[in-house]
Each structure stands twice: as structure tokens, then as C-alpha cells.
Design a protein around this ligand. Structure first.
Ligand SMILES: [Zn+2]
Length: 114
């Protein structure tokens, strides 16, 4: 099972690749009974590390493999309790549908996937 949290607080569809108004996603995938692995994604065209969830190039990063150039940063894993805490925080913030930019879609969307 996966839980996908879409942060639309600064997301403007026409400016989401290089215009600074990105959709940011955190995807939680269940890897065992009480453990969830986290992967991050951004609609930005700029360098973005999916394991660190930061706008940075994996080039020259401490975790970059010398052999194949792949990023080998350790994937973050959290407990079910931590996942529920993050979801509760999103739900509480979403109550006011935050929008950090008047044109942004605003708010958070949470999707359950297989
Ligand atoms: Zn990386």
C-alpha cells in the first residue's frame, strides 16, 4: 500500500517546471508491518534528490556511487505512528487550505494507492 501526499500550497500548473511554483509530493510505501519507506518528488525541472527531498544535484553528493553514478543516499523509513502524525499534521493544516501564492492551487491532497 502507498500513501501519496501532494503539497499544492505553492503549485501553479503553468509554472510548475521552472517557474518556481512546484508541486511537491511525498510518497509513503509500506515495506513491512509497521514500517514505511519515503520517497520525495517535485514537478521542478531542476535537480532534486528523491531520497533527501531537497533541491540538490546528486552529482558530487556524498552518496553518489563512483561506479554507476546513482544516488545511494539511504532511503528514509518511518513507523506507522510517524506516518499518522504526518497525515494528522497535513489534515490540520489543510483545514485552512493554505496557499503561499494567490495563484496556487492550494492545500494538500492525500491519495491512497495500491
Ligand atoms: Zn541524491
Amino acid at each position: 500500500m502507498r500513501v501519496v501526499v501532494k503539497d499544492q500550497t505553492n503549485f501553479v500548473p503553468g509554472r510548475s517546471s521552472s517557474g518556481g511554483c512546484y508541486l511537491e509530493v511525498a510518497e509513503y510505501e509500506q515495506i513491512s508491518d509497521g514500517r514505511w519507506a519515503v520517497r520525495y518528488w517535485s514537478s521542478s525541472d531542476f535537480d532534486y534528490c528523491p531520497w533527501m527531498g531537497q533541491y540538490q544535484s546528486c552529482e558530487g553528493c556524498f552518496y553518489r556511487s563512483d561506479e554507476d553514478g546513482e544516488c545511494e543516499a539511504p532511503q528514509e523509513t518511518i513507523t506507522l505512528r510517524e506516518l499518522l502524525e504526518r497525515l494528522a499534521e497535513v489534515a490540520n493544516q489543510n483545514y485552512e487550505r493554505p496557499r503561499y501564492n494567490p495563484e496556487a492551487v492550494g492545500g494538500y491532497e492525500v491519495v491512497l494507492a495500491e
